[in-house]
Design a protein around this ligand. Structure first.
Ligand SMILES: [Zn+2]
Length: 238
């Protein structure tokens, strides 16, 4: 079993609950390396859930949402420097644009372009779907759900040649109708708080721990230890 961390923006100039400084991110990667954590590929995570190849005991899945340019230009070189990898869940409707769609943000953040995304993949990064326009999916009807999931996946396939196997729900929100559509296209899907830590319980509702910019490295370490013990208790109970 493994547990999953979630990031969005790595940029010290942005003050928001989804933005972490370069220094904090690097400290976290150093912590993971020093403490023997293996960062899984999506294929390894899927194989672990399928039971075809169990993940090492200290396994973690690093994920980024939305597809900001800094994921390719800032996070990627740091990941490489520490021998780590991550999965990126991309919003296809805002490729190469600013984050003006996010009316809660008081800053402009640039989304990566297709070349950035191809570079991310060529450098070992995984790609997953995150819908075409990032609407909260629980408010969409069946046809709208189909459209946002399919269009997102088709565009990723067309532009990168990658057929994504995993999906992350915008805002982490989902219900059974959302799952029913996503499972037609994907092998697993990630939530944030409303899912389950037991990755074998429901592969379309896997929880992720959102890393907060308020955390010190000690808080990060405590959160990780707590999650690690929790996941191992679940595993031994299986
Ligand atoms: Zn998102």
């Amino acid at each position: 079993m493994f547990f999953t961390l979630n990031y969005h923006i790595i940029n010290r100039a942005i003050c928001d609950k989804i933005a972490i400084s370069e220094e904090a991110f690097e400290q976290q990667l150093a912590y993971l390396r020093e403490h023997g954590y293996t960062s899984l590929s999506l294929a390894q995570a899927i194989a672990d859930i399928d039971g075809t190849q169990k993940a090492p005991s200290r396994s973690i899945l690093l994920t980024f949402d939305d597809g900001y340019a800094d994921t390719a230009h800032v996070a990627l070189p740091l990941l490489q420097a520490y021998g780590m990898r991550a999965a990126l869940f991309v919003i296809t409707g805002y490729i190469g644009q600013s984050n003006r769609w996010n009316t809660r943000a008081c800053y402009d953040a640039q989304h990566m372009n297709w070349n950035d995304l191809r570079h991310w993949h060529a450098s070992g990064g995984d790609i997953g779907g995150h819908s075409h326009l990032h609407y909260c999916m629980t408010r969409l009807g069946y046809d709208e759900l189909q459209e946002t999931v399919r269009r997102n996946k088709r565009l990723i396939e067309k532009e990168t040649g990658v057929s994504p196997r995993a999906f992350a729900y915008p805002y982490g929100r989902f219900n059974q109708a959302v799952i029913d559509v996503v499972r037609q296209q994907y092998e697993l899907a990630f939530a944030t708080d409303d899912g389950q830590w037991n990755t074998n319980a429901n592969r379309y509702a896997i929880n992720r721990l959102t890393v907060s910019p308020t955390w010190t490295i000690e808080t990060f370490a405590r959160q990780l230890q707590f999650r690690y013990l929790h996941v191992h208790t679940l595993e031994s109970a299986n």
